[in-house]
Structure formats: C-alpha cells, structure tokens
Ligand binder design. Structure first.
Ligand code: NAD
Length: 484
C-alpha cells in the first residue's frame, strides 16, 4: 500500500473525516501513476454540519472588527507566499498547468486576499436630504449570512480566493466546495485561513461530488448566497433550483472570439492566438475558441500560425521547456478528442489535434494544439464551448460581418479585436456582446481590481465579481430612518 496522505474536511474549526469514511483519489493528469492524495467523499450530512457551523458563527463574525477580519486575510496571504514553491508544484501536479502559471496563480491568490483586506474597509453608504430636520436617513451595507462557494478545477485557488476574500471581509461565513479534480490546492487555501486564526465555523471546507452534496449546499434555506463558477449547464441548474431568498452569482462558460481585421499585424495576431487559444492548454474560460479573420489575410495568417504551432512543446508542466501541459482530466481528454473528430467531419483540419503517445505521454492526457479552418456558424465547433487547445477559424468580410458572427453564439464572456482602426476600436465595446472586451490583447486575463463577468449564457450578470464589484454580491443594503 502506497504511503499517501488522506486530506480532511475543515468544519467548525476542526479537521475531520467525512461521516461515511469514504474517500476519492486525486491523480496527476501528466502522470497517472502520481497519486497526490485521498480526499473526503462527503455526504449530505457533512454538508448540513458545515452549514450549521457557518450559521452559528455568523453573528459573532459579522460583529468582529473589520481590522481583525482584514488581518486574517493578510496572514493567510503570507502563508501562501511562504509556501509558494511547494504549492506551485502541487498545483501543477494536480491540474497540469505549467509551473510558472502555478506560481503566478498562487501569487495572484495572495494578492487577492490582500486586495480585499483593504478594499473591504472602504465600503460606504449614502445619506439623503429630506424635510424632517430631526431625522437622519442613510443606507448601510451588511453581510448576507452563510455563503456557499463552488468552484471549478481550472483556476482552483485564484477563483476560490476571489470569492472567499470578499465574502469574509464583509462579514459573511463560508462553506467552500472545490472541484473534485483539483482539491489539494483548495485544501492549502483552507490551511492558510486556519493558520491565520479564522474563528471556528466562519470558514468551512469540504470535498465531495456535486451529486452527493450539491443540493444541500445550494438548496438549504440557511444558505443566503451561492457564488458559483463552472459550466453553463451546472450553473443554470443551480440558479433555477435555489430559493428566492438565496442570492446567486454564476460565472459560466464561453466561446470567445478573437477578431482579426485586414489591417492587423499578422505576427501580433498569431501571437494573440497562441497565447489566448493554446496557453493553459486552452482550459481558460476566457480562452480564444474562435478566430474571425479577414478573408484577404487568412492564408498568410494560417501559414504563420502553423509554423509557430509546430514549435510548441507539449509535455509535463513540471519540465523546463514545456509550453503546453496536459488536459486536466480524462473526461476533458475525451471531450476534446470528441470535438477534434467533430471538427474533422465539419470543417477543414489544418494542423494538430493528435493524441500524443509514446514515453511519458502514455502516462498522461496529452493532445497537440489543433486548428480548423473554413468553419461556418452552424457547426458545433463554432457554437459549443470545447475548453481545450482547439481553435476554429472563421472567415469574415469586414468589421460588420465580424460582429454579426462573433455575437452569434449563446455565450458572451470575453472578446478581442485586432486592428489599428480607431473607428472600429471605439465602436467595438458597444457592438460586441461580451462582458470583457479587449483591443489588441488576448481574450484571456483579467485584473484583480477590475470587475469580471459575462453576458448572455456566460453569467447571470446581475453581480460582477473581482475588484470592488466583488463586494456588492456579498452585501445587502438597508435604508435606515432615525428620528429623535
Ligand atoms: P463544472 O460545472 O462541471 O463544475 C464546477 C463546480 O461545480 C465543481 O465544483 C462541481 O463539483 C460543482 N457542481 C457541478 N454541478 C453542481 C450542482 N448541481 N450543485 C452544486 N455543485 C455543482 O465545471 P468544471 O468542469 O469544473 O469547469 C469548467 C467550466 O468552468 C467551463 O465551462 C468554464 O468555462 C467554466 N469557467 C468559467 C469561469 C468564469 O469565470 N466565467 C472561470 C473558469 C471556468
């Protein structure tokens, strides 16, 4: 029997196994022989215990001085930074991303905790002039209560951090369920908060499947907020099933276009395609999934793109020189290979898309980046989120045609335009149906201090997350009339 750690849930300030004693495995997608640990397969009873602990802890946490809440976030950030090398290795081993990307993600998570430690202290209300001089009328912002945080595997610490930090600093208590495909780094975040002295029950961490605990952690009336990031299908299901009294925030899928007009610098356009479409193995919600390129430059663009793609090194994210890691799970591998087959039937297969094998490749989920051309609007690879290193190239006849085609999917997360034409640059943010709009930059990436979210089926969009907007979701406004 291998000597592998069993990781525990963190409920009511105690590290504990789930009630049933069942666990599940977490393995490295670059090397399936590498077992990172066993995690708790929690059940509905464990979830009820976590929610009850969070409910009990809420009044005292709401009344805790904000400077103390901020100190805990800052100390948790210190813990992440102190362990960044160990945690980055672990993140790469469980999710597959490059070591440099893992380091960036952990540093960004620490920065997010620090950002909210400060920004959370700047929440304001309003006062209102009125006729009664003996009365004061003002608004105050308050926490909601118990907040459930549900997150995906692709940014398994930075997405939790950008939800948990604003929830805690504003005085909510938290039940956090990470993806079962990347639970270790989420566990490290729980450790960081524990180490920082978070009071019992204020923050609870539990692993388990959506089918076993999903309904409990979203549908229990004591849960006053659900902040979810994941697939549109799961988000829609949760959004429809929660009670009216539960506030929801759903950050969902995308089918993000990069639009390349005929005046674009072709090398820049190729660079933006590689970074947006293939970096992170295409497993970013804002990843470039469609390229809409001007007919007149398409041939030249494709030829230079293929030359660059031939140089890309696919391999283990721990190895120096690797540029594209494995897909994160076997399910991802099957889905992406399925779309590559669909692409071959529907469109023109230009390059890549092989399941890589031989040597170390045999132990992991490796696929070479793929490009398809002559893609038209009705094709599945033009409409559906693939979430892998697969880019569909669509021809356009000018800016107006590009906008019609770019907007013609159910999604609206991120979109980018490559041009120097100031007229189009100015029109683009209004014309494009996307929550994140970029010009001469990749579709991927967003700032900690700016709001983030999508339109259409990419987000419920009532509340943005990240930046100052992240605080709005976790607070409610009361209007107070005080006479004397
Ligand atoms: P997923 O929807 O399968 O799972 C996300 C999380 O939700 C997991 O923790 C899962 O266990 C949980 N879950 C699923 N169904 C649930 C239910 N009914 N009740 C409660 N919990 C439930 O997504 P994934 O495969 O982990 O992540 C990939 C998806 O996430 C992609 O669609 C991607 O676009 C999206 N994503 C979106 C953003 C964004 O900010 N918009 C960011 C990253 C990823």
């Amino acid at each position: 029997m291998e000597n592998v750690t069993e990781f525990l849930n963190y409920i009511d300030g105690k590290w504990q196994p789930c009630g049933s004693g069942s666990t599940f495995e977490n393995r490295n997608p670059a090397d399936q022989d590498d077992l990172l640990g066993h995690f708790q397969a929690s059940s509905a009873e464990d979830a009820q215990q976590a929610i009850a602990a969070a409910e009990k802890a809420f009044p005292a946490w709401r009344d805790t001085p904000i400077s103390r809440r901020a100190k805990i976030l800052n100390q948790a950030a210190d813990y992440l930074v102190e362990h960044i090398e160990q945690f980055a290795q672990e993140l790469t081993r469980e999710e597959g991303k490059l070591l440099a990307n893992s380091r960036d993600e952990i540093a960004r998570s620490a920065q997010t905790l620090r950002f909210y430690a400060v920004e959370g202290q700047t929440i304001t209300g309003e006062t209102f002039p009125q006729d009664d001089a003996r009365m004061m009328v003002y608004t105050q912002r308050e926490p909601l209560g118990v907040a459930t945080i549900i997150t995906p595997w692709n940014f398994p610490i930075s997405i939790p951090a950008r939800k948990i930090a604003p929830a805690l600093i504003t005085g909510n208590t938290v039940v956090f369920k990470p993806s079962s495909d990347a639970p270790l780094i989420a566990h490290r975040l729980a450790e960081a908060l524990h180490h920082a002295g978070i009071p019992e029950g204020v923050f609870n961490f539990m692993t388990g499947s959506a089918s076993a605990i999903g309904q409990e952690i979203t549908g229990t009336p004591a849960v006053r907020a659900v902040s979810f990031t994941g697939s549109t299908a799961a988000g829609e299901k949760i959004h429809r099933s929660v009670s009216l009294a539960t506030r929801t925030q759903m950050e969902l899928g995308g089918k993000n276009p990069l639009i390349i007009l005929d005046d674009a610098d072709i090398d820049t356009a190729v660079d933006l395609t590689i970074k947006g479409g293939f970096a992170l193995t295409g497993q970013a919600c804002t990843g470039t999934s469609r390229v809409l390129v001007a007919r007149s430059i398409k041939a030249e663009y494709l030829s230079r793109l293929v030359e660059r793609m031939k140089e890309l090194q696919v391999g283990n994210g721990l190895d120096k020189g690797t540029q594209i890691g494995p897909l994160a799970t076997r399910q991802q591998l099957d889905t992406v290979l399925g779309y590559i087959e669909t692409g071959k039937r529907e469109a023109t297969h230009v390059h890549g898309g092989e399941r890589l094998s031989g040597g170390a490749y045999d132990k992991g989920f490796y696929v070479s980046p793929a490009i398809f051309s002559d893609v038209t609007q009705e094709m599945r690879i033009a409409q559906e989120e693939i979430f892998g290193p697969v880019v569909a190239v669509i021809e356009i006849d000018g800016y107006d045609d590009a906008i019609v085609k770019a907007n013609d999917t159910p999604y609206g997360l991120s979109a980018a335009l490559v041009t120097q034409n100031i007229d189009y640059i100015q029109r683009f943010p209004l014309d494009i149906q996307a929550g994140t709009v970029k010009v001469n930059r990749t579709t991927t990436g967003n700032l900690i201090n700016a709001p983030f979210g999508g339109l259409k089926q990419s987000s419920t969009s009532t509340f943005r997350e990240s930046g100052r907007a992240g605080l709005d979701f976790f607070t409610q406004t009361k209007t107070v009339y005080v006479g004397r």
